[in-house]
Write a protein that binds this ligand. Structure first.
Ligand code: DGL
Length: 273
């Protein structure tokens, strides 16, 4: 059985394109519909109820596009909206937190540092997911809110982002460097080299840094197989990127997150229910 219906992917904005690019690379045969809620970004500073409602609005809209599965490519929406979305869509729902938590726990990992938005950190979603996978980990978290605008501005290297990273990471892991760092926010992969630089200054030379994108794409692929809803390998997957605010001028930012142009960015009005 093959299934030509699209997969719905969403984020609070454009950052989720770091996840979409890995899905595109792993599953070239799948049609993908991406919604970025650029009119209401950021989610990382908003409360649980707001983020849950926004996530449900998007999921409902994706269902109108006939999506066979939903990927919540936003960490904050994964933390607060996952259950409500899964309940609404009654389709396979993949978030970014579980795949990243599983993927990062490799042999020898004991001390874990999670970086995310204020909302993601406050939700405790990562410490809980990590504890479910492996007992006895030491988990520290830090919210790094300024990384989001820096990534959008393309200010990912140099004195300013380094100084900000140094400030955020000044008091982490005082008992020794982390074995694994989880980039628990869509935007942080763009700052990986700066984060690595600052961690190295602090003696963390053997630390591995993990992104959600690859692990999430693999989890999605497994879910499609498990539910027998994968597309035919002969299909040429199309990518549609839809945003809730004016799409004008977004192409340059989208290229930074997607690694290439994702094609024309269209406007969409959400179904607010
Ligand atoms: N997409 C959000 C996340 O991964 C970051 C941007 C925002 O705060 O909306 O948590």
């Amino acid at each position: 059985v093959t299934d030509a219906r699209p997969i719905g992917v969403f984020d609070s904005g454009i950052g989720g394109l770091t996840v979409l690019r890995e899905i595109r690379a792993l599953l070239p045969e799948e049609h993908l519909v991406y919604i970025g809620d650029t009119a209401r970004v950021p989610y990382g500073t908003k409360g649980p109820e707001t983020v849950r409602t926004y996530s449900v609005n998007i999921a409902r809209t994706l269902m109108q596009h006939g999506c066979k599965a939903i990927v919540i490519a936003c960490n904050t929406a994964s933390a607060y909206g996952r259950e409500a979305v899964a309940h609404l869509v009654q389709r396979p729902t993949i978030d970014v937190i579980d795949p990243l938590a599983s993927g990062a726990i490799q042999p020898g990992v004991r001390r874990v540092l999670v970086l995310g938005t204020r909302g993601t950190v406050a939700s405790q979603a990562y410490p809980m997911a990590l504890a479910r996978k492996h007992a006895g980990l030491t988990v520290e978290q830090r919210a790094c809110p300024l990384f989001v605008p820096l990534a959008e501005e393309g200010w990912t290297q140099g004195v300013v982002p380094e100084e900000i990273a140094r400030t955020y990471l000044a008091d982490v892991c005082v008992d020794g460097p982390p074995d694994a760092v989880l980039l628990g926010c869509t935007h942080y992969p763009l700052l990986e080299s700066t984060i690595r630089h600052v961690l190295t200054e602090r003696g963390a030379v053997h630390t591995t840094i993990h992104h959600a994108g690859v692990y999430t794409a693999r989890t999605l692929a497994a879910e499609l197989r498990l539910n027998d809803i994968a597309a035919s390998p002969a299909q040429q997957g199309k990518t549609r990127v839809l945003v809730t605010d004016d799409p004008g001028g977004l192409d340059a930012v989208a290229r930074r997150f997607f690694g290439a142009s994702p094609g024309p960015i269209e406007h969409i009005t959400l179904d607010l229910g």
